[in-house]
Write a protein that binds this ligand. Structure first.
Ligand code: CU
Length: 644
């Protein structure tokens, strides 16, 4: 595609070259005219039917200004509407003002609606429950504080109570604690410390101190209050025996950068009432967690930064849809970097592709592998190239899901590392000893790639940047379709809006792809702060320019695994395939739910019969889009069905 050139600078150049002679002037004034012509030609080209039927087409979605939000999270609801969550939208002023936003857009009616958002679910995790509610857990408790903004030393104080005799000891916010070296700090919140627990082990008392953690801040400004090593603290107001048995310990108290901190709030977003419903809290506050639905209808919460901005050490917890409560499951504790891409496999084990987004040790938890939840074993898999560039990569369970192939695409080095990769690798999880095999390269090294399964089993891929958060003006205005049958990328029409960090791409029930968000660090000059991208652009794939679409006119709304069902259609004879596609719930290039399941199809006059596979690991309970596709590769619009 020819580059877009604007007819700019023409006048200034003319003035500059006037004295250089008539010929030069003519040449220069002509250049913008050529560029303008090129743009006209480009528009003519991309709007031709023949072009659209080969490459597809992009359209900007006009969004009224009062409905423009920072799209940090997106999910497709079982009502066919798009849920877009901003929370505070990575804007500290919005956070401080308590302004948290959620937007719903209905692609059928083009109706927009702002939904009341109770707390800051910016950078929470989300997963669909079996009833179609979207579980949203975690989010932002506090924004990061950069080192140059820190005035007082601060850190985590663990308060211990060694006596099993006493009650819960409560300390109020503002209570003074003093280090053994005489430096004074105050508690920044109330804290309750349980008494020690006493057990009899082998005929002897075994006492475990009660513990609680609290954030402390120095009373005095400046470096003199920094405590660089582990230190014991006395707590104001304690005397005698209490002073001996109740005390604080801090590993360090510093003036280092303070990370964003995690929230414990958890909600079910009900797509039918379009309201958040509070559930039991997370036991571990989480910022940047991944929520993963399992085969037995539970949801795991993995990773995230805790209430003090420390990465979760691997405290897995599980949500129960019936009790609406979260519970720690120490038997399946496992450490991952933030937003790990973890997929449910047909055999009910989980596969961690190594993709992740944001925070965590550069060494630990980065190797992909198969996690057996029943035994809590983790079988590492090999073969992934550029394994040190898996942060901000994309991972997707390719279609059809029965093939159990996961593709890892692009990615970059840990943190703000400038390097990134164009590699894609594919693993076949059905093999006895699965290993990654090379796939085709992306057109350029890419972080934050959008990846969307399409009803014809191809994979839309697009956007992203080669640099960290678009640094170096490195957004890719390109899209390409991956064809699993030929193992090749084929060029698609170019989007006009660049997207990197905090952006999403998702399949709509009408077969189009919505793209939204982007949070560049800098503007194009690479000097000034970037602006959050609020424009929404929609891609219509080439398959929608190939003639009439098949339609599903009626059928059951609810189906069961292993069952066969009849759907009426006037196009039965021409219908080639049927797919159950689980709607996306995507954030930070992480979408562990989208999957496309092939259904066996039978045809008779006026209807088709489809059979739902029986494996829970293949078709976890919940709402799906049923798409049928004809011999030309043209998909129907989706019909939503609930797999019980
Ligand atoms: Cu984020």
């Amino acid at each position: 595609m020819s580059p877009r050139k604007k007819p700019s600078f023409g006048r200034r150049l003319v003035t500059l070259v006037t004295s250089a002679g008539v010929i030069a002037v003519l040449a220069i004034v002509n250049r913008p005219m050529v560029a303008f012509g090129q743009e006209q030609y480009h528009q003519f080209q991309i709007n031709r039917d023949s072009y659209k039927s080969e490459y597809g087409h992009w359209d900007m979605l006009p969004v009224p200004s009062n409905f423009q939000v920072n799209a940090i999270h997106a999910a497709l609801l079982p009502t066919g509407k798009v849920l877009i969550i901003a929370g505070s939208g990575n804007k500290e002023d919005q956070f401080k003002a308590g302004t948290f936003k959620t937007l719903i857009w209905d692609p059928k009616t083009n109706h927009f609606k702002i939904v009341t958002t109770p707390t800051d679910i910016f950078c929470a995790g989300h997963a669909f429950l079996t009833n179609g509610n979207l579980l949203v857990a975690g989010g932002t408790k506090k924004y990061e504080v950069l080192e140059d903004k820190i005035t007082h030393a601060a850190g985590v104080l663990k308060i211990k109570q060694e006596s099993p005799e006493g009650d819960v000891t409560e300390f109020d916010k503002g209570t003074i604690v003093t280090s053994k070296t005489g430096v004074k700090f105050k508690l920044t919140s109330d804290v309750k410390v349980p008494p020690a627990t006493k057990k009899i082990v082998d005929g002897e008392f075994d006492i475990t101190a009660g513990e609680a953690e609290v954030w402390i801040e120095a009373v005095e400004k400046g470096k003199d209050s920094v405590i660089p090593e582990s230190m014991q603290f006395d707590i104001e107001g304690l005397t005698g025996e209490d002073k001996k048995t109740v005390y604080g310990i801090a590993e360090k108290v510093t003036m280092e950068k303070q990370e964003y901190t995690g929230a414990e709030y958890s909600y079910e977003f009900n797509p039918f009432t379009e309201k958040y419903e509070r559930t039991g809290n997370l036991n571990e506050p989480r910022w940047y967690p991944t929520l993963v639905p399992t085969a037995d209808n539970q949801v795991l919460a993995l990773s995230g930064l805790d209430q003090f901005g420390r990465i979760d050490t691997g405290k897995t917890e599980v949500y129960n849809e019936n009790t609406k409560k979260w519970e720690f499951k120490p038997k399946i504790n496992r450490y991952f970097p933030t937003y790990p891409s973890v997929f449910l496999m047909q055999n009910e084990k989980l596969f961690y592709s190594g993709s992740n987004a944001g925070y965590g040790s550069a060494k630990e938890g980065r190797k992909p592998g198969i996690w057996d939840l029943k035994k809590n074993t983790f079988q590492e898999v090999s073969g992934l190239r550029d394994a040190d560039m898996n942060e901000t990569s994309a991972s997707v369970l390719l279609a059809p899901a029965q093939e159990q192939k996961v593709m890892v695409l692009g990615g970059g080095g840990v943190g703000e590392d400038p390097k990134s990769t164009a590699r894609t690798d594919i693993i076949d999880l059905k093999e006895a000893n699965p290993t990654f095999k090379p796939g085709p390269d992306l057109p350029a090294p890419t972080r934050y790639l959008g990846t969307v399964l399409l009803p014809d089993d191809t994979l839309y891929t697009g956007h992203g940047s080669s640099g960290y958060r678009g640094k170096g003006n490195s957004n890719h205005l390109t899209a390409q379709i991956y064809h699993p049958d030929t193992n090749k990328f084929v060029k698609a029409a170019d989007p006009t809006v660049g997207r990197n960090y905090h952006s999403e791409s998702m399949l709509l029930p009408d077969g189009r792809v919505i793209t939204l968000g982007s949070d560049p660090l800098y503007d194009k000059s690479d000097k000034n702060p970037g602006t959050f991208e609020k424009r929404i652009e929609i891609f219509t794939p080439a398959y929608l320019y190939h003639g009439a679409r098949p339609t599903i006119t009626d059928g059951p709304k609810s189906v069961q695994r292993g069952g066969s069902y009849k759907f009426t259609t006037p196009d039965a004879a021409s219908i080639k395939t049927a797919r159950l596609m689980r709607p996306s719930t995507v954030t930070h290039s992480t979408d562990v739910e989208q999957r496309s399941i092939a259904l066996d199809v039978t045809r008779e006059a006026g209807s088709i019969g489809v059979t739902i596979p029986k494996e829970r690991g293949l078709v976890p309970s919940g709402w799906y889009m049923l798409f049928v596709t004809n011999a030309d590769g043209t998909p129907s619009e989706a019909k939503f069905v609930q797999v019980q």
